[in-house]
Design a protein around this ligand. Structure first.
Ligand code: PLP
Length: 385
C-alpha cells in the first residue's frame, strides 16, 4: 500500500504511536490548570511540549499558542485584526490560490463588516504576483488591514515568495498572516528568522493527532481570543487544553526535524519519476513544473483523462491519491487554484495529486511511476472527455 495523500492528512507518525502507547499507560491525566500534583505534572508535560515546538519552529515559548489546527489559527488572526470596530483600514489582500480557510474567512469579513477583499493574481506556474502587491500597497496607503498569502500551496506544492511579501508588509506596517499549513513539516521553517507576524499549522498534516495545531504569533499582545473561556493559553484561547494532543505535536515535529536531510534526495527522485511518466506519455502536464515546489508533491494531469478515473485505477492497486484539495474532492471540476493559474479545463479535470512525506521510501516513486503508466495506458484507450 502507498498512502500518497499527506497534503490531505498524514497518518500518525510511528514516534507518536509509540509515545501514545507509553503515555496512555503511564499518565498523568488531569486538568493541566488544576493546582494539585497531577494537574501541575500534566501542565509541566504540556509546557515542555510547547518549548520543544518553539525550539524546532524557531519561536519564543510565548509565541506558541496551542489550538485545534490551521483553520482555527486563521480565524483567530482575522478576528484579532478585523473583528474590532476600531480598525479603520478596509482592505484585505489575499491571493487566488489560498485555501478556503482563508478565502471564506476573508469573504465573511467582507459581507459582515464591509471589508474589501482583493485577490492577488497568480501566474501560470502557480506563483503569486508580488509586483501587484507592491502596486496595491502604493495605491492604498494606510488602508490595508491585512495581507494573507500562503507559503506553499496544498494542491500544487508550489512555494510562494512569502519572504518578499513579508518584507513589503513589514516596510509598510501591514500585518501579514502566512498560511504555513503545508510548508511547516515539509521544509525547514524558522518563525523568528521569517519575521512573519502570524503563521499557522495543523497537527494532522505533521503526523500528530488530528484536532491539534499551533498559531505562531510575533507579538501575542495583538491577539484577541476567538474562544474566550477561562483564560487558558494565557488568555489567548479559552478551554481546557488538549494536552495529550499538544504533546504529540512536539513528538511529531521532533521526528520531522530528523528527516529534513532527505529533502534533496526525495526531490531528485520525484523529478526522475515525473520525467519517466512524461517520457512514456509526452502529453502529460506537471502543474507548477518550472517553480520551486515542495519535495514531496506532484500534481499531474493527462489532458482528456479524468483525474478520478486515474485515482480509481491507482486505488485498485492500493495507491491512495486525490484529485484536488480534500475539501473539493468528488467534484469533477477544475479547482479554483488551477483556474487562478489559468489552467485549461482539459488539464484541470485530469489532475491527480501525489503527496508523500519526507520519510517516504524513495522506491515509492518507482512503484508510482509503474502504476501511473499502467493506468494511463489503460485509460488512453477509453478517453473520458
Ligand atoms: N491551509 C492550507 C494550505 C491547507 O492545506 C489546509 C488543509 O488542507 C488548511 C489551511 C486548513 O487546515 P485544517 O483543516 O487542518 O484546519
Amino acid at each position: 500500500m502507498i498512502y500518497a495523500d499527506y497534503n490531505g492528512s498524514a497518518p500518525l507518525c510511528n514516534s507518536v504511536k509509540d509515545y501514545l502507547i507509553k503515555r496512555l499507560e503511564k499518565g498523568p491525566f488531569a486538568n493541566p490548570n488544576a493546582i494539585h500534583y497531577l494537574g501541575v505534572k500534566t501542565m509541566m508535560g504540556m509546557e515542555n511540549a510547547r518549548s520543544v515546538c518553539a525550539k524546532i519552529l524557531g519561536a519564543d515559548f510565548d509565541q506558541v499558542i496551542f489550538n485545534s489546527g490551521a483553520t482555527e489559527g486563521i480565524s483567530t488572526v482575522f478576528h484579532s485584526i478585523l473583528g474590532c470596530d476600531k480598525n479603520t483600514k478596509k482592505i484585505i489582500i489575499t491571493s487566488g490560490i489560498e485555501h478556503s480557510a482563508i478565502i471564506n474567512t476573508a469573504n465573511f469579513y467582507a459581507e459582515e463588516k464591509g471589508y474589501i477583499v482583493k485577490s492577488l493574481p497568480v501566474n501560470h506556474d502557480g506563483i503569486v504576483n508580488v509586483d501587484s502587491l507592491q502596486k496595491w500597497i502604493k495605491e492604498n496607503q494606510g488602508n490595508i488591514a491585512l495581507v494573507s498569502v500562503m507559503a506553499a500551496n496544498n494542491e500544487t506544492g508550489v512555494i510562494q515568495p512569502y519572504k518578499e511579501i513579508n518584507d513589503l508588509c513589514t516596510q509598510n506596517d501591514i500585518p501579514f498572516l502566512c498560511d504555513t499549513t503545508q510548508y511547516i513539516g515539509k521544509t525547514p521553517f524558522n518563525f523568528k528568522e521569517s519575521n512573519i507576524d502570524f503563521a499557522v499549522c495543523s497537527g494532522h498534516k505533521l503526523g500528530a493527532m488530528t484536532g491539534t495545531g499551533i498559531l505562531l504569533v510575533k507579538d501575542p499582545t495583538t491577539l484577541k481570543p476567538l474562544i474566550i473561556g477561562g483564560g487558558q493559553e494565557k488568555g489567548h484561547r479559552g478551554g481546557t487544553q488538549n494536552y495529550l494532543g499538544n504533546e504529540t505535536l512536539a513528538v511529531a515535529l521532533t521526528s520531522i526535524n530528523e528527516v529534513f536531510k532527505n529533502i534533496n534526495k526525495l526531490s531528485e527522485k520525484r523529478l526522475a519519476f515525473e520525467a519517466k511518466v512524461k517520457k512514456a506519455f509526452p502529453a502529460v502536464v506537471i502543474i507548477g513544473e518550472n517553480s520551486p515546489r515542495l519535495a514531496t508533491t506532484t500534481y499531474i494531469s493527462y489532458p482528456g483523462i479524468h483525474g478520478q478515473a486515474v485515482q480509481i485505477e491507482l486505488e485498485s492497486v492500493d495507491i491512495f491519491v486525490t484529485t484536488s484539495s480534500a475539501c473539493s474532492d468528488n467534484m469533477p471540476v477544475t479547482s479554483k487554484v488551477l483556474k487562478a493559474m489559468g489552467v485549461s479545463d482539459d488539464v484541470g479535470r485530469g489532475v491527480v495529486r501525489i503527496s508523500l512525506c519526507l520519510n517516504s521510501p524513495l522506491e515509492y516513486y518507482d512503484q508510482l511511476a509503474d502504476a501511473l503508466i499502467k493506468a494511463y495506458s489503460k485509460l488512453t484507450k477509453v478517453k473520458s472527455f
